[in-house]
Design a protein around this ligand. Structure first.
Ligand SMILES: [Zn+2]
Length: 99
């Protein structure tokens, strides 16, 4: 039996757990509520992760849209429905990537 080799290169997909972690913190990140350390962690992840890039862009658009709709109050949290929608889109993107 040949030994199993673990090779890591730029083509390796990031573990979905890492993406989940980023997802959980994204709204805080976009609101500027995270510590500089957490921000750096997320930025680093997003740089290397295509589904997350697409996800962050759509999240930013949604946040901007909900702020424009309710300009008199500060929108800190995305509506639950929007979050779920984005999460579903993000999961679909992840599945496309991992096959
Ligand atoms: Zn990711």
């Amino acid at each position: 039996m040949s030994p199993v080799k673990h090779e890591h290169g730029p083509a390796d997909p990031l573990p979905p757990e890492a993406c989940l972690e980023v997802f959980e913190k994204l709204s805080e990140y976009l609101d500027g509520e995270l510590s500089p350390q957490d921000c750096a962690h997320i930025q680093e992840h997003i740089r290397d992760c295509e589904p997350c890039v697409a996800f962050v862009e759509s999240l930013k658009t949604s946040i901007r849209a909900s702020r424009e709709l309710r300009s008199q109050e500060t929108v800190r949290e995305l509506p639950e429905a929007t979050r779920e929608e984005l999460k579903a889109a993000w999961r679909a993107a992840l599945q496309r990537r991992t096959g």
